[in-house]
Design a protein around this ligand. Sequence first.
Ligand code: FES
Length: 161
Amino acid sequence: MADSETSLMGDVFRPYEKLVEITILGKTFLVPERNSLLRAFQFISPETIPYGRFCWNQECQYCKVNCRLSDDDRARPILSCKFIVSEGMNISGLAPELVGCLRTKLGAVASSAPSIRESAEIASALDRNGNGAHAVPSDSNFPTEVAYRPLYQDKSSDLKP
Ligand code: FES
């Protein structure tokens, strides 16, 4: 990476001293600590995440993921623009915009990512049980696969019947 690119990348991240390991759909990545999970996704895919339709402000919910923390017993829906990345995060589901942006980094596993409907059901269950301390609220405005087409698409998959 050229010096100018390194400088440009460094400007968007909060200062960090080490990288932490996270898992996304079974693939492991090293990302900078002390940054939001969405910023970590940008570290993984700097050529797509900045051009995704993300508000970076906890409003659009296009950054929603299902995530299990290292000290938790199950996955919970969170907004990646809000949540700080931590060692051992295990992400088992991604909103369509994130799938599109991370598709080239995730490879074939991106095609089998759990649907956003499943994420909404988990969020709804968390709300009913009152366990929403760091869960995002369930809402009907969250984009579905039918109504929402991610900005980034794997063109080769469009060719399949
Ligand atoms: S980027 Fe919009 S809610 Fe996270």
